[in-house]
Write a protein that binds this ligand. Structure first.
Ligand SMILES: O=C(O)CCC(=O)C(=O)O
Ligand SMILES: [Fe+2]
Length: 282
């Protein structure tokens, strides 16, 4: 139970927060009244959360939800992810992006490529009206997928990702494999289901919104094929075994998670993508 703060104190705390005061300033009046530090922190967090939720609603934004949060800023450089150590190569707050090194071994990357090559089909994107998959010029890769838990290899990688991101395996969609040949690309898009699209309802019914994406690079293209974030003027080079994680706490462009697979200029590019849902995806 969160202790109630007097409304006048809430107003004072929010005014300090808006003015950019640090947390210890916000906590001081409660600590001075004899509150325990835990109660004071919980009460201030609740006040700020309510205020943010009201602000979002007033601005016509969808509410923010909890997302995987693998590492804080200036946190550990190496994370133990189940059976493997993974390095943190870059960490950005807006958009929320983390670049990981060595998430997959070379052997795992090669195995995924070998298993996928004979199964490839032209990639599709979601038809905004029907929610069904359709071939589109915006996405000129070929792909396939591996159902969750479908093999020992997939189970091992899924368990590692769940440990790294602290997000249940059951909330993950099937692992999607993509191959881009020379010139192929994936034009800028968001991975969440746009609530304005009639077809999104059908997708959201299975496990809720997507809240994060993990794109794992299965090879290093000879030239090109970066994952770009145009709103942030930021790009992640495709390097075998590495991965880029990004989360979006609401299905809105304000998350700045617009992203693209830039054209492959020489050679081919292989990736495995895991999309994570709010809830269990069946
Ligand atoms: O190819 C890339 O780098 C990005 C892939 C992507 O956006 C996706 O799979 O949703
Ligand atoms: Fe994407």
């Amino acid at each position: 139970m969160t202790r109630e703060i007097a409304p006048s104190t809430v107003e004072w705390i929010l005014a300090q927060a808006r003015a950019g005061q640090p947390p210890d300033v916000l906590l001081k009046p409660l600590l001075d009244e004899g509150w325990s530090e835990d109660d004071a922190v919980a009460a201030v967090e609740a006040a700020v959360r309510d205020w943010a939720a009201t602000g979002s609603r007033d601005a016509g934004l969808p509410p923010a939800v909890r997302v995987p949060s693998p590492v804080e800023l200036n946190g550990a450089s190496v994370l133990r992810a189940g059976d493997r150590d993974v390095t943190v190569l870059a960490n950005l707050l807006l958009p929320r992006v983390v670049v990981f090194g060595g998430l997959l071994s070379d052997v795992e990357c090669d195995e995924l490529v070998v298993l996928s090559r004979p199964k490839l089909q032209r990639s599709t994107i979601l038809d905004p009206d029907t929610g069904d998959d359709a071939v589109h010029v915006d996405r000129t890769s070929a792909g396939t997928h591996f159902p969750r838990g479908g093999s020992a290899l997939v189970r091992r990688i899924e368990a590692r990702i769940a440990a790294l991101l602290d997000w249940p395996v059951e909330n993950g969609e099937a692992m999607q494999i993509l191959r881009y040949g020379p010139g192929a690309q994936y034009r800028p898009h968001h991975d969440y289901f746009d609530p304005a699209w009639p077809g999104s309802t059908k997708q959201i019914a299975r496990g809720g919104q997507r809240v994060a994406s993990l794109v794992m690079y299965l090879n290093t293209p000879a030239h090109g094929g970066a994952t770009t974030f145009p709103d942030a003027h930021f790009e992640v080079a495709a390097v075998k075994g590495n991965a880029v994680f990004f989360s979006y706490d609401r299905p809105h462009p304000m998350t700045r998670t617009l992203h693209a697979g830039a054209p492959v200029l020489d050679g081919e590019k292989w990736i495995a993508t895991k999309w994570l849902r709010e809830g269990r995806h069946d």
